[in-house]
Design a binder for this molecule. Structure first.
Ligand SMILES: NC(=O)c1ccc[n+]([C@@H]2O[C@H](COP(=O)([O-])OP(=O)(O)OC[C@H]3O[C@@H](n4cnc5c(N)ncnc54)[C@H](O)[C@@H]3O)[C@@H](O)[C@H]2O)c1
Length: 308
């Protein structure tokens, strides 16, 4: 019997039918990052400078922290500016984007989380989560996309979450906004492909990262789903931008969610429960505000608690 052979021409035809990846070297590029004052935003700003970006634009609510990041980026050789921009303010975003000039890579990174169960969530918290995580990417992208399309070069990055691919207990607001972010990036990517544009849209879907935003969370299966190191996430996002990718699940196991969705829903739900996905938030505290706790006055507090 003749041995079955790999249908090479068929595979070649299939590969040829796939959209070609549009590589985008960061060297010489202008990179704008929202929420760039801390966490992975700060590290992506510095990583872009290290990779030779010509200009790094850091937006955040915290101007002094954003300025410190810009100074670090300048020390790495990039031109860098910081601005206080509230990404939920569409008019402010449009004006700041005009001041930023031509942007090659726009990273929608600013994000917030409440960690509240639905019954405990406040209307203000829910609205804010949607404003920052789901709606802000529209305002920035609409401001920078025409320029990118005119130059036929650019990448819109949306830092979504693994919670944009699966619902998680205590994340009815957060997970919903990250599903919106994934849908936004995927639909934008489809529009750009349809237009034959070289501009790309990348949805980043990480599991928890050790930035402090999700302090207190834990993974039941850290060998498969570890809490990610922020330095690694920042580098992987920049790699994905340069490679022209459109989806980045982190770690790789997060990419298994899509095929697992083929299971009957009760089986999928049970699998998530058994993997501890819905217990991850049990110990969530989030980033607690840094408070200066004065050292106890030794004249007042003796080790045994008695006043001296
Ligand atoms: N930390 C995680 O476990 C994790 C996991 C998956 C996805 N993400 C996503 O990654 C992104 C970065 O998170 P991080 O962990 O670095 O958190 P972070 O809290 O360190 O950084 C978020 C930044 O966004 C800024 N910001 C918040 N609201 C803003 C607004 N209205 N306008 C401008 N800036 C604003 C904050 O000031 C902060 O500097 C977020 O979108 C987050 O949802 C985080």
């Amino acid at each position: 019997m003749p041995r079955s052979r790999t249908p090479r021409p068929a595979l070649r035809a299939l590969a040829g039918a796939l959209p070609r990846r549009r590589r985008l070297p960061l060297r010489g590029s202008t990179v704008l990052i929202t929420g760039g004052a801390s966490g992975i935003g700060r590290l992506m700003a510095l990583g872009a400078a290290r990779r030779g970006a010509a200009r790094v634009v850091v937006w955040d609510l915290d101007l002094s922290a954003a300025e410190a990041v810009a100074a670090e980026a300048r020390a790495l050789g990039a031109e860098a500016v910081a601005e206080r921009v509230d990404v939920t303010d569409a008019a402010a975003v449009e004006a700041a984007a005009a001041r930023a000039g031509a942007v090659d890579v726009a990273v929608n990174n600013a994000g917030v989380v409440t960690g509240a169960r639905l019954e405990d969530a406040t209307e203000e918290g829910i609205r804010r989560t949607f404003d920052v995580n789901a709606l802000a990417p529209y305002w920035l992208t609409r401001a920078v996309l025409p320029g990118m399309k005119a130059r036929d070069r650019g990448a819109v990055v949306v830092i979504a979450s693994a919670a944009g691919l699966v619902g998680v207990a205590r994340q009815t607001d957060y997970s919903a906004t990250k599903h919106a972010a994934v849908g936004f990036a995927e639909s934008l990517s489809a529009e750009l492909r349809k237009d034959g544009s070289a501009v790309t849209a990348l949805a980043v879907c990480p599991f928890y990262i050790d930035t402090g935003m999700f302090d207190g969370v834990r993974s039941r299966i850290p060998w498969l789903l570890p809490v990610l190191r922020q330095e690694e996430v920042a580098e992987q996002v920049l790699d994905a931008v340069e490679a022209g990718r459109t989806r980045l699940p982190l770690p790789r196991a997060v990419g298994l969610l899509a095929p697992l969705r083929a299971l009957p829903t009760p089986v999928f739900d049970r699998a998530m429960d058994l993997m501890g996905v819905n217990d991850t938030m049990d110990g969530f505290t989030g980033r607690r505000p840094a408070v200066d706790v004065p050292a106890p006055d030794p004249r007042v507090f003796a080790p045994d608690g008695a006043a001296r």
